[in-house]
Design a protein around this ligand. Structure first.
Ligand code: ADP
Length: 531
């Protein structure tokens, strides 16, 4: 017997209608290139998004055509997040930090027909646009306004969208081989937005009264859902533009009374250092905390924000393939009453799945592993906002199991409380004498040393053990530490054979286009270099 409920399609125009009807006056603020602030409302953003949809139709684009963006985080990009899918097109966010040859590959593979580009990024576009099928180049600071001025937002007729139609696409940043396209549907986007609202953060709650600043770039996996979340809830949005240095971000937090923010750990390490240096300079009393994810949030950083500045970190795990938010680590149940050290241990894990997401841990033979906090296997995930395949890349079909789970490539254990702990990416785990060493755990521990600003641990080839750990360490300004001191610092927490044989002191850890440690480059740098 079927239920008797409406077949109501989960599509993005629902969000636009809702924001215009109920939260039209709520603010969206952008830090402009000259550092001044642009202010307008969700109502105006939605109206301009409708105009954009009409204008793109006027250009002759057809249903399902890909419209790329090559932009920083700002209000016009927000309009594109809404207007492109509401016009029946597919928003394709291009990563502004990629090499032009990668961008040429990605834009061609995606079949982009138009691109909205910041004037400051036009020189980057010029280096690859001729190699693509892009016909329309719309520069934010000029053509874009003309385009919108010539389009009547009231002429927008909602296309009769099916919830399974594509709304957006994003390519994985290619840390593991060629970039692969993930194609989000309207349905997956709507459910992800609801999932993030329900599960992130469970304890702290995001609502209409929040002021949200996504530091995570809008080209990195849907800005983790924040543009849509804020539109759905009617929360104030603050976009930092291109000013992502700690000082500018802290200025934004103070001036715009930001209550919630999100980004990768490298950003927060910089902010924490600046807060520690001049705690009295920044009044963050209105801030609840931040979602930190994309790579492991160091435990010492989580503790530093809480103990020295009263700020809560919610630690999130996800992938481009999971829209991206799939799990969060935060204090739930009896953990709320646990002692502080235990609390930090749990928040430093990757946590519990969001509602509707399922996780499992299997060994190489496909056996389910117990929740014992020790057994290491590969994390598999399924749910309504998890990719079922890559766009036009059939050779990658083996990333999905026969029973329909996505193989993440992350090596994990699961704590008896259900908290997932990422030990490594399978390609980064160090295989020493047939046993696995977690580079993430070593890094985390090293970053708790007072003299260490950043640390990345990689495997280097070893004749006897196959691989051995090498730690690349950036020291804090004015601080010193020797390899022996760092090894002694780690010794109480790890088995002896886990301790890195080599420490290399570097001025900087190379980062990927989305701010993660670029271990491939470190491996190139140090493999074959004698100790
Ligand atoms: P890329 O694969 O190009 O790095 P993604 O952003 O999709 O781009 O990366 C997803 C991967 O990032 C995950 O598979 C995992 O290895 C890592 N990751 C994401 N969040 C966390 C986290 N909180 N802790 C540890 N690793 C994380």
């Amino acid at each position: 017997m079927n239920g008797l409920m409406m077949d109501f399609q989960l599509t993005l125009p629902t969000l636009v209608r809702r924001a215009e009807a109920y939260y039209g006056e709520k603010e969206i603020v952008t830090r402009l290139p000259d550092k001044s602030f642009h202010r307008y409302t969700h109502g105006e953003a939605c109206r301009r998004a409708r105009a954009l949809a009409v204008a793109l139709q006027g250009l002759g684009l057809e249903r399902g055509d890909r419209v790329a963006t090559l932009c920083w985080n700002h209000h016009q990009h927000h309009e594109a997040y809404l207007g492109i899918p509401c016009g029946g097109f597919v928003l394709h966010t291009l990563n502004i930090r990629l090499h032009p040859s990668d961008l040429a590959y990605i834009a061609t593979h995606a079949g982009d027909r138009a691109v909205i580009v910041d004037r400051s990024l036009k020189p980057l576009l010029d280096q690859f646009v001729a190699k693509t099928k892009i016909e329309h180049v719309i520069v934010v600071e000029d053509d874009y306004e003309e385009l919108l001025a010539g389009a009547d937002p009231d002429a927008w007729r909602e296309p009769d969208l099916d919830e399974d139609e594509a709304a957006a696409m994003c390519y994985t940043s290619g840390t593991t081989g060629m970039p692969k396209g993930v194609l989000y549907s309207h349905r997956s986007t709507m459910l992800h937005t609801l999932g993030v609202a329900a599960g992130n953060p469970m304890g702290l709650g995001i609502s209409e009264s929040d002021s949200i600043l996504p530091v995570v770039p809008m080209f990195h996996a849907n800005a983790w859902g924040y543009p849509y979340l804020a539109t759905m809830l009617g929360a104030k949005l603050v976009y930092p533009g291109q000013h992502l240095d700690p000082e500018s971000l802290l200025e934004d937090f103070v001036q715009e009374q930001v209550t919630w923010t999100a980004g990768v750990p490298t950003i927060w390490l910089g902010i924490l250092a600046m807060l520690d240096a001049e705690p009295a300079r920044w009044d963050l009393s209105h801030m609840k905390g931040m979602l930190v994810g994309g790579s492991a949030a160091p435990r010492a950083m989580i503790a530093g924000f809480k103990q020295r500045h009263g700020l809560d970190v919610v630690h999130g795990w996800g992938m481009t393939e999971t829209s991206p938010v799939a799990s969060t680590a935060q204090l739930v149940g009896d953990l709320k009453d646990a002692d502080e050290e235990t609390q930090f241990d749990f928040v430093a894990m990757q946590g519990l799945p969001l509602p509707l997401v399922e996780l499992r841990n299997r060994d190489a033979d496909g056996n389910l592993l117990p929740w014992d906090g020790e057994s290491m296997g590969e994390l598999e995930v399924r749910g309504p906002w998890v990719a079922a395949g890559y766009y036009d890349t059939p050779e990658q079909a083996d990333r999905w199991t026969e029973d329909g789970w996505f193989k993440t490539g992350d090596v994990v254990s699961i704590h008896p409380k259900g908290f997932v702990q990422i030990k490594d990416r399978s390609k980064d785990v160090i295989k020493s004498g047939g046993e696995w060493i977690s580079s993430v755990e070593l890094e985390n521990a090293l970053m708790a040393h007072p003299a260490v600003a950043e640390a990345a641990v990689i495997a280097v080839a070893d004749a006897k053990w196959d691989e051995r750990p090498l730690a690349a360490v950036v020291l804090r300004e004015g601080q010193t530490a020797t390899a022996d001191e760092l090894r002694a610092f780690l010794a109480p927490s790890f088995a002896k054979w886990w301790l890195p044989d080599r420490f290399e002191f570097v001025t900087e850890i190379p980062k990927t286009s989305v701010g993660k440690f670029k271990k491939t480059e470190l491996r190139e740098l140090f493999s074959g270099v004698p100790a």
